[in-house]
Design a protein around this ligand. Structure first.
Ligand code: ADP
Length: 540
């Protein structure tokens, strides 16, 4: 080996901030605040306030390697913490406020976070749980100074804290790019939440790759509104992907209802947004009821759960918006695949393109390898048919969970995602289920995702959830649980009639029941709770 002779510049998140300030300093960042204002500045302003924050954090005694936690929405203050905390070599532990109390306590304790930044919304939660946080020494309320309330925890005020500091040149430390930057916990639907510690290198490489034309294809003309939560796997990296590409950023705080999103989409000229399917179900419904269009919106990335085909179709046909399905997980920073067309797929004709793009989670992206293996660990053919355990590998894939002793990769570095998938010759991956949600009936498998996808297109249906529940003869059979749109009446016969001809007969659910569908802290159908609730339903 002969060493290369290029500069050894570590890939650090502050390089993204510095780049955005120098190259796109005047590009706007618009944020709703939890107080209900709209805050406006630009990348130069973000960089300035982040330097103030960095000095304030040093004043609090924050050192490299410390963990600082947030319980916060998508706002400019949270964005400043995204750069200020890792910029000092400390780690930002973004806590999902939708977790149960015990899980929130578990995450903060496990992370050993010493400072907790929180939005006013979470003041009651913080006060309720504060006595159980043994490592948090400082509480900071992220609110305007005039509306500060120190509460029972004696919180400092974010604006007062940084207000006294200079925003002038700051000597951001340089350190190993493999240092931890973000500590994100999985939602822990089974067992305790697990901590995934993203390195600066992983975050920067992921951010560079996600903007590519094979993925999000962002340019400096785009206006990006992350509706995926900053606390959930760094809002899919958008806080880094947008500044790398010089995009205007629009932050909706906690207001994800149709009317609030529409106000920002039209008012700020949003061209690109993304979030879990439930947000877009509400948004499309709102557009429908109010007879409105989508302004400049061109593309929506949707992931976290399978995108119902009907959703992608409505976006395209009614609003001219392209849906890009993505798949990923907390363990992959989170982006794994993105569904964008290729020449080989386009050559099949428009209907086929739609079919492939809308029913596959996405295609291979440089930087993350995928393979599907059978029960013996042998690689399955990439034929679009053979399903197996989906394994991933690459520089932004987890190697070991935080504070665990053993790696979670096999000897060759592959991580088992827990998803069941197929890969095809065009490089597209399709998730058929989470391994634990697969319905095993008489030795065959039924894909709950495929069934849900079809059922949700039935008029009046808002959410369709399919779970396998014990059956005296067939081991398990599918039960379809339907939540309807408000004010709509749908019957079992309507749904079964709708499914007829669209699925093979033995996939037909044994029963259709109507009930509210519970969601997890990350907005997915909570199948564990559903299975428990309906466990006896087919046992007679
Ligand atoms: P959680 O904490 O809820 O597990 P993650 O974001 O880490 O949060 O969840 C990742 C999982 O979400 C994946 O392993 C997969 O099962 C599911 N998922 C993500 N995107 C999609 C998608 N486009 N289609 C189907 N499932 C998806």
């Amino acid at each position: 080996m002969i060493p290369g002779l290029m500069q050894d510049v570590p890939l650090l998140t502050t390089n993204i901030l510095t780049h955005a300030e120098v190259a796109h300093g005047r590009v706007e960042i618009v944020s709703r605040t939890v107080e209900g204002r709209v805050h406006r500045y630009d990348y130069a302003g973000l960089a300035r306030r982040t330097r103030q924050l960095a000095r304030a954090l040093q004043g609090l005694g924050v050192k490299s390697g410390d963990r600082l936690a947030t319980l916060a929405w998508n706002t400019h203050r949270h964005l400043e913490l995204f750069y200020g905390v890792p910029g000092l070599g400390a780690v930002l532990n973004t806590v999902n406020p939708r977790l149960f109390d015990d899980q929130i306590v578990y995450v903060l304790e496990h992370a050993e976070s010493t400072v907790l930044f929180y939005d006013r919304t979470f003041a009651p939660l913080v006060e309720r749980l504060a006595h159980r946080f043994t490592t948090v020494k400082t509480f900071v309320l992220m609110s305007d100074a005039e509306q500060h309330d120190a509460g029972a925890v004696g919180a400092l005020n974010y604006e007062t804290l940084i207000g006294g500091e200079s925003g002038e040149a700051f000597d951001w430390p340089s350190f190993d790019e493999n240092a931890g930057a973000f500590l994100c916990y999985t939602s822990g639907t089974t067992g305790d939440p697990k901590g995934v510690l993203y390195s600066h290198r992983a975050v920067v490489l992921h951010g560079m790759a996600a903007g590519l034309s094979s993925a999000f294809g962002l340019t400096a003309f785009d206006v990006v509104m992350p509706c995926s939560s900053l606390y959930h796997a760094t809002a899919w990296g958008l806080p880094f992907i947008a500044p790398i590409n010089g995009c205007k950023i629009v932050l909706p705080a906690e207001k994800m209802d149709g009317a609030s999103l529409q106000e920002l989409i039209l008012g700020e000229g949003v061209t690109f947004t993304g979030g879990v399917p439930t947000i877009w179900t509400m948004y499309l419904d709102w557009l429908d009821q109010n007879g409105q269009g989508v302004g400049d919106l061109k593309r929506v990335i949707i992931g976290g759960s399978a995108v119902p085909r009907a959703m992608a179709e409505t976006f395209k046909r009614r609003h001219g918006v392209q849906v890009l399905q993505i798949w990923g997980m907390t363990e992959t920073c989170p982006l794994g695949v993105v569904a964008t067309p290729t020449p080989s797929v386009t050559a099949l004709g428009e209907d086929q393109v739609d079919e492939i793009i809308w029913t596959r989670q996405g295609r291979l992206q440089f930087g993350i390898e995928l393979k599907v293996v059978d029960d013996e660990g042998n690689e399955c053919p990439r034929d679009g048919e053979t399903s197996g355990a989906l394994m991933v590998r690459g520089p932004w894939t987890v190697k070991r969970y935080f504070r665990k002793d053993a790696d979670v990769t096999d000897a060759d570095g592959w991580f088992d995602t827990g998803d069941i998938a197929t890969l095809d010759e065009h490089g597209f991956m399709r998730i058929t289920d989470r391994a634990k949600d697969v319905i095993k009936t008489g030795g065959e498998w039924i894909s709950s995702i495929d069934l849900e996808n079809i059922a949700v297109a039935c008029p009046g249906v808002k959410i369709a959830a399919v779970v396998g529940i014990p059956h005296p003869k067939w081991e398990e059979r599918p039960l379809l649980v339907i939540e309807t749109h408000e004010g709509r009446t749908v019957t079992k016969e309507d749904v079964l009639g709708f499914l007829q001809g669209k699925i093979v007969k033995w996939w037909t659910p044994d029963d259709v029941v109507f009930a509210p569908v519970p969601l997890t802290a990350t907005g997915k159908i909570d199948k564990k709770t559903l299975r428990k609730a309906w466990n006896e339903h087919l046992m007679g």
